[in-house]
Write a protein that binds this ligand. Structure first.
Ligand code: NAD
Ligand code: TDX
Length: 333
């Protein structure tokens, strides 16, 4: 029997595959379309006797039929998605295709096959935004997405919910805050700032930099997802967060200091349209019911992440020298 991981060549999916290798004895079947964000280099050193990689798209019913026909899949952990808010503002079509249509196709294939558990990996962004004084999001908070990305994730969450209610389908939803750590694509705040600071390039801060995110190291997120896969209750939603709320500008200053860069590199640029002001997660439910809690402090996690990017400059340069250049020009110039 195997575990199917979708989006396994992306940032969090590849970290999760590595965790499954270390923490379980299961065979892993992983499926990824290798979009701009998918990278086989993220899966180097994953032992092939424990892992079967399939290059394929979750929107493609034929591919899914073959995956479930050829492998005895008992559990599904669904990471595959278009994941970057700025790209969803440039063009929302791929987000609807993968995040909504792809999730529906995967749900149908998983239902027909009769899987034991399906973990849908979602995000805090489906809850919308908070001001400075509002309490952190609980699982009961209303769904009020503000970007095409978060709207597509919210739509997928609602589809998952409907399969639980209508078909008694054994799905659980996790909603996590902002991840950082090894193998994150450099379009996201932390790796982008690390790369630019190291290379003496401008550091583009949206608006005045006062927006707040709740940061979690990817290893803690992956352990939370594994805990839900093993111990979660069908039909439940579990928030996952790092208990680490920080303003963007403060993170940029920490990166500047750690990289020995100059703060004159900071450039305040036009704000992201519909930019959510603050995310904060109430994680009492998963702590109480499943015994999970984050372990990595932001300062330790940031130092090790900066070190990882320094030690893996080839990995980063390969990405930076590809299509990323075109994206960067369109987004920042
Ligand atoms: P990512 O963009 O790094 O990786 C996404 C992966 O999905 C890539 O490997 C890509 O090739 C693959 N993919 C995209 N479309 C596909 C398709 N149609 N079929 C098969 N594979 C496809 O994203 P990430 O940051 O690793 O996020 C993974 C999941 O976690 C997403 O569902 C995201 O919404 C969620 N999430 C991310 C964060 C975060 O901070 N990054 C926080 C909370 C939740
Ligand atoms: O160049 C930048 N300058 C900047 O000020 C970038 C890329 C970002 N920002 C700001 C925008 C946000 O307030 O930094 C903050 C973090 O931005 P991102 O890294 O793009 O993350 P965010 O938009 O918060 O969404 C992330 O967390 C939730 C992930 O990309 C999502 O996949 C996840 O669901």
């Amino acid at each position: 029997m195997s575990i199917l991981v979708t989006g396994s060549a992306g940032f969090i999916g590849s970290n999760f595959v590595r965790l499954l290798i270390d923490a379980t004895r299961e065979h892993i079947v992983s499926l990824d379309a290798l979009t701009y964000a998918g990278n086989m280099d993220n899966l180097v050193n994953v032992p092939s006797d424990r892992h079967t990689f399939i290059h394929g798209n979750i929107c493609d019913e034929q591919t899914l039929t073959e995956v479930f026909r050829d492998h005895a899949i008992k559990k599904v952990v669904h990471f595959a998605a278009e994941s970057h808010v700025d790209r969803s503002i440039m063009s929302s079509g791929p987000f609807i295709q993968t995040n909504v249509v792809g999730t529906q196709r995967l749900l149908d294939a998983s239902k027909s096959h009769g899987v034991e558990a399906f973990v849908h990996v979602s995000t805090d962004e489906v809850y919308g935004t908070l001001n400075l004084t509002e309490p952190a999001f609980t699982e009961q908070h209303h769904i009020q997405p503000n970007s095409p990305y978060s709207a597509s994730k919210a739509a997928s969450d609602l589809l998952v919910r409907s399969y639980v209610e209508t078909f008694d389908f054994p799905a659980m939803i996790t909603r996590c805050s902002n991840n950082y750590g090894p193998y994150q694509f450099p379009e996201k705040l932390i790796p982008l700032m690390i790369h630019n600071a190291k290379n003496n390039r401008p550091l583009p801060v949206y608006g005045d930099g006062s927006n707040i995110r709740d940061w979690i190291h990817v290893s803690d997120h992956c352990k939370g997802v594994l805990c839900v896969m093993d111990k979660g209750k069908a039909g439940e939603v579990y928030n996952i967060g790092g208990h680490s709320e920080l303003k963007n500008i403060d993170i940029v200053h920490q990166i500047i200091d750690a990289c020995g860069a100059d703060s004159s590199l900071i450039q305040f640029v036009t704000d992201r349209p519909g930019h959510d002001f603050r995310y904060a997660m109430d994680i009492e439910k998963i702590k109480r019911e499943l015994g999970w809690a984050p372990e990595v402090s932001f300062s330790d996690g940031l130092s090790s992440t900066i070190q990882w990017y320094a030690d893996n400059s080839d990995w980063l340069e390969k990405i930076i020298n590809g299509d990323y250049q075109n994206y960067y020009k369109e987004q920042y110039q």
